[in-house]
Design a protein around this ligand. Structure first.
Ligand code: KIV
Length: 259
């Protein structure tokens, strides 16, 4: 999938997206969904951190490179992590580093009004940019909570204004996280570029889930919007227990499994 074919899906069919952080799982997901995102959620689900803030640019590049090796069909987007785009100079330098070294088709940045000039600069330099609006996990420590957006008229209007500006400067898509369905739907209807939603209802052009949430491997907490397609943790627990028992009982390896 290219940026151009991604954009053409708007109004034709819903866009499916999932996160992946390594070649093993990305290889399984590639082609089964339209988009694979190397999200900074990696910090929590696989890094064991309490939020997305600790993950470094180098770690994001390392994981995106691994995913790139096996992502041949889906569009590959990589997150720019917290602290990697604090101003135009550093943001441009780090985005170019990510784009060049990781091989991602596009990058995603969590943005408010103050990042419009930076995004314009990235796009003018040939970088495909997806803007992440609504609930922004990189602001978790600042806000103190994961707060759903779009709860009053003023907030709705500024979200819509921001979305329109992001389209205007050339973002190829928006990710709308943790936002009331009404405003996510309104933004989607007012834009020509696709919107991907997470915890933002069914009115966006597409949906994304964090794979370890969707397949039941990350159960520390489960937000309301997550649908579990697999009880991964139980299945894996059962398998590791069985393996342990087989080793202890000397039933593994058997003759066929030996040279
Ligand atoms: O980091 C991430 O996984 C995200 C989600 C919104 C999908 O950005």
């Amino acid at each position: 999938m290219t940026i151009s074919s991604f954009k053409k899906l708007k109004g034709i069919e819903k866009i499916s997206a999932i996160t992946a952080y390594d070649a093993l799982f990305a290889g399984i997901f590639d082609g089964e969904v339209d988009v694979i995102l190397v999200g900074d959620s990696l910090s929590m689900s696989f890094g064991g951190n309490d939020d997305t803030i600790p993950i470094s640019l180098e770690a994001m590049i390392y994981h995106t490179k691994a995913v790139r090796k096996v992502t041949k069909k889906s569009l590959l987007i990589a997150d720019m992590p917290f602290g990697s785009y604090p101003n135009i100079n550093l943001g441009l330098k780090n985005a170019i580093k990510m784009y060049k070294q990781s091989g991602a088709d596009a990058i995603k940045l969590e943005v408010n009004e103050s990042k419009i000039t930076l995004l314009k600069e990235l796009i003018n330099n040939g970088i495909a940019v997806m803007a992440h609006i609504g609930l922004m996990p990189q602001f978790y420590r600042h806000d103190g909570v994961y707060k759903i957006k779009g709860k009053d008229e003023a907030e709705n209007q500024s979200l819509l204004d921001l979305a329109l500006q992001l389209e205007e400067i050339g973002c190829f898509g928006l990710l709308i996280e943790g936002t009331k369905s009404d405003i996510a739907t309104k933004i989607t209807k007012n834009l020509k570029i696709p919107t991907i939603g997470i915890g933002s209802g069914s009115g966006t052009d597409g949906q994304i889930l964090v794979w370890s949430d969707a397949f039941g491997f990350f159960n520390k907490f489960t937000p309301k919007f997550v649908r579990k397609y697999l009880d991964g943790e139980s299945i894996l627990k059962e398998a590791i227990k069985k393996y342990n028992a087989d080793v202890k009982n000397i039933t593994f390896p058997n003759e066929n499994e030996s040279y």
